[in-house]
Design a binder for this molecule. Sequence first.
Ligand code: SF4
Ligand code: SF4
Length: 195
Amino acid sequence: MSSDKHAHPARKDLAARVLDRTGVDVARCYQCGKCSAGCPLASEMDFPPSQVMHLLQLAGMGPEYADMALRSHTVWLCLTCEICFCRCPMELDIPAVMDALRHESLRQKKVNPRARSILAFHRAFLDSVRYTGRLFEMGQVVDYKLRSGHFLQDLLQAPWMFLVGKLHLLPERVRDRRALKRIFAGTRQAGEERP
Ligand code: SF4
Ligand code: SF4
């Protein structure tokens, strides 16, 4: 009997989706660990990058492995700093894999509960850019605090940031709002059309 008959469909889906979105074939990873050794956040992660690659390789053994990768805190902690990519002897684009896993994790509603604040920050940042065309720090801070519930976090920094002109009360907006709308609509459509 061919090994394909034993493969769990969840593995095919996740590995194929990662391959389709990123061009990275996780089977090429030979677990040397160089990516994890260089990752600045490895000590904070539930699975360092080489283990995420391993989970993807093992996903055919049962759906729980794909699930562990998708539910990991790691994919949300990754900074996309690309150190792992530079160190990988197989030139595997791990940050792109992390991005694909974030996308899948959101799509399958498997986001790690500890990533709530990180997601709140991402959404506040994107909404600021969506509505003004620029980063409006004050708006982003208020939005982030409302989404995350971290009302007192970094509060003492605010007066100092006002004094040095880093926080403005009103946003600056780009003139061509239609172009901005087109960019966001195009990005959303591209994301939906991707496998
Ligand atoms: S891109 Fe992500 S996984 Fe790679 S070294 Fe940076 S933080 Fe670690
Ligand atoms: S550096 Fe590349 S080959 Fe080595 S464990 Fe990481 S992803 Fe795999």
